[in-house]
Write a protein that binds this ligand. Structure first.
Ligand SMILES: Cc1cc2nc3c(=O)[nH]c(=O)nc-3n(C[C@H](O)[C@H](O)[C@H](O)COP(=O)(O)OP(=O)(O)OC[C@H]3O[C@@H](n4cnc5c(N)ncnc54)[C@H](O)[C@@H]3O)c2cc1C
Length: 181
């Protein structure tokens, strides 16, 4: 998809791009929210976080436009076609009731999915776990209980958001540990 979505779970939300793959959902928004998602819980996706689709449909009631045509201006065509096929029937916006438009908007802004699982370490960008930071010196990354033993980078329980923060942590912690030796 070209535009951002908002993906929310466990009190966190990320507005980034989303990708439909042959195996499920991916892309930055999904990778980010996966760090907070708990198995068995749902992820809420707003497919149009920058658009008030209900207000737009109501404002265009005077036109001979289909509800689907209005949505298609904001989403890729194949997604729009499939989404309407699965969720609601397109109809002239002039004859759609408030309730129908509200249902359509609600479904687009609150698409709730229950993920079956994640792809695991094979595809993960970060392990989200590792050596407890409480056991390490914040300055030198040395294990408090074992002199001369340092842990840095990915093996430590530090998880960065997408955008180079995990690289930054690996380099910065390595630098700090190296300076202390
Ligand atoms: C597909 C993918 C994409 C990513 N994209 C990003 C990104 O865009 N931005 C970002 O910030 N982070 C990204 N990450 C995360 C980032 O790559 C890691 O957080 C970072 O590389 C961790 O650095 P590290 O030095 O701690 O560990 P690593 O880079 O994993 O280095 C550990 C090294 O130790 C070697 N090793 C393992 N066991 C032994 C052994 N017994 N003896 C000798 N050597 C051994 C391994 O071969 C490896 O070279 C990505 C990760 C993946 C998998």
């Amino acid at each position: 998809m070209a535009a951002d979505v908002a993906a929310a779970a466990s009190g966190h939300e990320f507005r980034e791009r989303m990708l439909f793959t042959h195996r499920g959902l991916s892309g930055p928004a999904i990778l980010q929210i996966s760090s907070y998602w708990e198995p068995g819980t749902s992820v809420r996706i707003d497919l149009l976080p920058r658009v008030d689709i209900l207000a737009e449909q109501i404002a265009r009631r005077g036109e001979r436009t289909e509800t689907k045509t209005i949505v298609a201006a904001h989403l890729p065509k194949r997604l729009t076609d499939l989404w309407f096929k699965r969720n609601v029937q397109s109809r002239p916006v002039a004859t759609a009731s408030d309730r129908e438009l509200e249902r359509l908007a609600g479904a687009l802004h609150n698409w709730e999915i229950l993920p079956r699982g994640i792809e695991g370490y094979e595809k993960a960008e970060v392990t989200a776990g590792g050596v407890d930071t409480d056991d390490l010196s914040a300055k030198t990354l040395e294990v408090r209980a074992v002199r001369g033993l340092h842990f840095i980078g990915e093996v430590v329980d530090v998880t960065g958001h997408l955008g180079g923060f995990n690289f930054q942590w690996a380099w910065a912690s390595g630098h700090a540990a190296g300076k202390a030796l």
